[in-house]
Design a protein around this ligand. Structure first.
Ligand SMILES: Nc1ncnc2c1ncn2[C@@H]1O[C@H](COP(=O)(O)OP(=O)(O)O)[C@@H](O)[C@H]1O
Ligand SMILES: [Mg+2]
Length: 251
């Protein structure tokens, strides 16, 4: 089976500055992978290549086995700020991507997809609200609803919950994980929060500044206890947290 996402020997240069070279990674279908690394090491750049927003200087990125030449409707990007259009209701913001001709969804299909995406993200009652009326957590739920409505098969998330308070962040992590699992999609999530990586991911990838080669990986196993407080204070969680933090320090 093709990888959901594969990066083969990617090199990225900005002017004369090499951010990473010969970098490779693969994300299996239905896998949730977290990418950790110090600020400035190139995580966002890598994610932007995976979303076809920028092109690598060398190498190839493949989505479901095919080279990524253009932005795909099957790939959803979620950023720290939910980028909702302020003059449209939550419902319209979620429906927007489906209104494009390329989406080929009838009005009836669109309505059904938007309604179920809002329902799954707990936003049904906020459908008619405008972005200014939403809390940070609700706005980020709307970004997840947008991802669901367009039936994205790969989610690329760049520190999606960093701007949220700790309690909301925890609830959003649980929600994200259950949505990705339920829809059998795959996800690559950039975060600087080790606990977030451990709660969400099947595998954690570590990236260094001027990274060359395959990313260093740490198997988490998927269900270390996303919702389970006991698991999070348990020995395995602590050991992994310690190992990752040690390796990041060495980077
Ligand atoms: N558009 C750009 N032009 C030039 N340099 C950039 C650009 N985007 C990012 N960089 C540089 O590339 C490096 C990696 O940036 P980035 O991918 O944002 O890292 P991270 O997300 O890990 O913090 C940084 O040194 C940053 O200054
Ligand atoms: Mg970044």
């Amino acid at each position: 089976m093709n990888a959901a996402l594969e990066a083969r020997n990617l090199t990225l240069r900005y002017q004369n500055d090499t951010v990473f070279s010969n970098l490779s990674l693969a994300i299996k279908p239905r896998e949730i992978v977290a990418l950790l690394g110090k600020s400035g090491c190139g995580k966002s750049s890598l994610l932007n290549i995976a979303g076809a927003l920028i092109k690598p200087s060398e190498g190839t990125a493949l989505f479901q086995g095919k080279p990524l030449n253009a932005v795909s409707p099957k790939i959803a990007m979620v950023f720290q700020s939910p980028s909702l259009l302020p003059w449209l209701s939550v419902e319209r913001n979620v429906s927007l991507a489906l209104e494009l001709k390329a989406a080929r969804a009838s009005k009836k299909e669109r309505k059904a997809l938007v309604a179920s995406a809002l329902e799954e993200t707990g936003l049904s009652d906020a459908a008619k609200k405008f972005p200014r009326e939403l809390s940070g957590g609700m706005a980020q739920r709307a970004a997840l609803a947008r991802m669901l409505a367009r039936r994205a098969e790969l989610a690329l998330l760049d520190e999606p919950f960093s701007a949220l308070d700790a309690i909301t962040r925890g609830a959003m992590q649980t929600l994200l994980k259950s949505l990705i699992r339920r829809h059998e999609s795959s996800a690559l999530i950039v975060t600087h929060d080790i606990d977030e990586a451990l709660r969400l991911a099947d595998r954690v990838l570590l990236m260094r500044r001027n990274h060359t080669g395959a990313l260093e990986e740490i198997e988490v196993g998927g269900d270390l206890g996303a919702d389970d407080r006991k698991a999070r204070s348990g020995a395995r969680f602590a050991a992994l947290r310690e190992e990752i933090s040690f390796r990041l320090e060495q980077n």
